[in-house]
Design a protein around this ligand. Structure first.
Ligand SMILES: Nc1ncnc2c1ncn2[C@@H]1O[C@H](COP(=O)(O)OP(=O)(O)OP(=O)(O)O)[C@@H](O)[C@H]1O
Length: 254
């Protein structure tokens, strides 16, 4: 399913953001702190109504859809994905099935299987019986990713999915979302992860898209200096061939 942002604006914060993710693509949004990345995503997962523009799913106006219908198609891992009560991990993940169920439907065998599979996919099977609030930051993050996957979405919106994750789990989670295959729009702070895992990357600065395209074309030392104020040297990953950046502080000689 194709996701399109067409001139999305949020008064004073996000200005005319246009980008698209073709079916099955992983598209990244990078940019400095406060550049409008989360605010843009909030418009996509419907936590915020944009003041202008449209969000389109296969050309259909997402914001005009009933909430339950859009929740069946689109799942989000957000910066404010809180779990307030002391639910078990399995219960938290099972909540991801709610958009597919009627008010009085009980969990089916398929629901249980999907919960178990999603937990296995994020290496959290062993946590199923634990209460969510006792988990570490990285364990919580993986469980919330499982909750998004169990929704079987066509589109996955991820706000810094690698937050709190150790390096192994960062690589696992990004490889997983590529493998599972929904259309993915993800905010990433790590430019090298964006370069390695995204089909396309868009750079936000001051609420505007200042560059977009294939990572190798976008994540150049000139752009990194202009947008982040950091010197970068481009190297090519010796086995994957992905462009990777080595950073240095601008006040320290390279
Ligand atoms: N409800 C709000 N009221 C006022 N300002 C807001 C509101 N929401 C966001 N902002 C401001 O808009 C700007 C963009 O915020 P946003 O969270 O989208 O940035 P971001 O690119 O995701 O940043 P970060 O990398 O720090 O997570 C910030 O300056 C933020 O303080």
């Amino acid at each position: 399913m194709e996701l399109g942002l067409d001139g999305v604006s949020v008064d004073g914060i996000v200005h005319d953001v246009t980008l698209s993710a073709a079916s099955g693509q992983v598209v990244g949004i990078v940019g400095p702190n406060g550049s409008g990345k989360s605010t843009t995503l909030r418009c996509v997962y419907r936590a915020l109504r944009p003041s202008g523009g449209a969000v389109l799913l296969d050309g259909q106006d997402l914001l005009a859809m009933p909430l339950k219908e859009s929740a069946r198609r689109l799942a989000a891992l957000t910066q404010d994905s809180h779990v307030e009560f002391d639910f078990t991990v399995a219960e938290v993940v099972a909540m991801g099935r709610l958009p597919h169920k009627g008010a009085f439907d009980r969990d089916t065998d398929r629901d249980h299987d999907l919960v178990a599979r999603s937990l296995r996919q994020v290496d959290a099977e062993h946590l199923a019986g634990r209460t969510f609030l006792t988990l570490s930051g990285g364990e919580r993050q993986r469980v919330l990713i499982a909750r998004a996957l169990v929704q079987e979405p066509d589109v996955l919106v991820l706000d810094e999915p690698t937050n709190h994750l150790d390096i192994r789990h960062q690589l696992d989670v990004l490889a997983l979302v590529r493998r599972v295959g929904p259309t993915v729009l993800t905010v990433l702070h790590d430019l090298n992860l964006a370069a390695a895992y995204c089909d396309r990357v868009h750079v936000l600065d001051g609420g505007r898209v200042v560059a977009g395209g294939a990572p190798a074309d976008v994540l150049t030392p000139d752009l990194v200096l202009a947008v982040f104020g950091v010197r970068a040297h481009l190297v090519v990953h010796p086995t994957s061939g992905a462009p990777q950046l080595l950073f240095g502080h601008p006040e320290v000689s390279p």
